[in-house]
Design a binder for this molecule. Structure first.
Ligand code: P6P
Length: 336
């Protein structure tokens, strides 16, 4: 019997990947499926966001008498809920929560992974219809199995990630995740309600002509960064250009576009905020992992993002990520 294996769903793909490792327990596949379920639920609400006037403003009670939660709180609860009630995660950290959440029940304490996420990054863009996203990463625990997970499980360098990914809620909704083997993208088929493999084995183009930076901060960047940005503006056909400047102000959308088309995204430190704005653990590390597996690079301007030893859960870092050759050229400016 001919079985159509051409269009794999996320669940079928994660199970197929697991079959490639006979020793695999299926916990990672199960965790990724849990994240996919939460993403589908968040997608429904994000798509309704434009109907706030009809459904009731967030923080109020809607016409059905239900409390309307802010979307990022709703998203946080969806991702935390599927992981808490799954079989693969001992605890989580979230951009929305001050501290880690240790699930501390028998099944969770025997689970070998922890997960960190930004449940709805760029949520300020919702009311103007701009793409937003969820960012996540998965680590093996360093704490003792059978006991509750600990803070040490969450302060591992990004090079210890087992998997990382994001969901982009845009013109289409995509679930993209990386393991050390490859990066794969799944587009939500609304008719079936499944994420289907649409972008197998994503590779970040070695070169690109898109640079993404907030020019509003230009005169607050350090001189070497300003010199690089000026060079981007001076590119033409004679020196690998011309470049185009694209900045959506939604990290998932900007980095996703560059991952597919090639380009560089930068959120440098500024005079008033030398560590920049973006969070190391659940924004920069996941995208650094994904981009490196796809053939690109990611630094804080001086070192590889994945080699940074975290000290605090919500610490920030300057962030440069993208096509290898563009990152190499950036190095010639800011590592002087
Ligand atoms: P700015 C959204 O608020 C976010 O955290 C990222 O998604 C985005 O890349 C960045 O901030 C935009 O920040 O300061 O340029 O508006």
């Amino acid at each position: 019997m001919l079985i159509n294996r051409n269009v794999l769903t996320l669940d079928e793909f994660t199970i197929q990947e697991m079959r490639a490792f006979p020793s695999a327990t299926g916990e990672l596949s199960s965790l990724l499926r849990d994240l996919g379920l939460a993403a589908k639920r968040v997608n429904v609400e994000v798509n309704k966001a434009g109907l706030v006037d009809i459904l009731g403003d967030f923080g109020t009670t809607n016409v059905q008498g239900e409390e309307v939660k802010k979307l990022d709180i709703y998203a946080n609860n969806q991702f935390m809920g599927v992981l808490k009630h799954g079989i693969s995660c001992a605890g989580i950290a979230s951009e929305e929560l001050d501290d880690i959440v240790i699930f501390d029940d028998e099944v969770s304490n025997n689970s070998k992974y922890i997960c960190m996420f930004d449940p709805l990054d760029g949520s300020g863009n919702i009311d103007v219809g701009i793409s937003i996203g969820t960012i996540f990463c998965i680590y093996k625990r360093v704490s003792e199995l059978g006991k509750p997970c600990t803070a040490a499980d969450f302060l591992q360098p990004g090079n210890r990630q087992v998997a990382a990914g994001y969901v982009i809620y845009g013109s289409s909704t995509m679930f993209v995740y990386a393991t050390k083997r490859s990066v794969n993208g799944f587009t939500l088929d609304q008719a079936v309600g499944e994420f289907s493999l649409s972008h197998p084995d994503i590779k970040c183009p070695t070169d690109g002509k898109i640079y993404s930076v907030n020019h509003g901060n230009f005169f607050r960047y350090e001189e070497n960064v300003r010199n690089y940005i000026n060079t981007c503006q001076r590119k033409d056909k004679t020196n690998g250009g011309p470049y185009t400047q694209r900045y959506i102000g939604s990290m998932v959308a900007d980095v996703h576009r560059n991952l597919i088309k090639g380009g560089i995204f930068a959120y440098p430190g500024t005079i008033d905020r030398p560590k920049g704005k973006l969070r190391l653990l659940y924004e920069c590390n996941p995208f650094a992992f994904i981009t490196e597996i796809a053939g690109g690079r990611a630094t804080d301007g001086k070192q590889r993002i994945l080699d940074i030893q975290p000290t605090e859960l919500h610490q920030r870092t300057p962030f440069f990520v993208g096509s290898k050759n563009m990152m190499d050229e950036l190095d010639t400016f800011i590592r002087k």
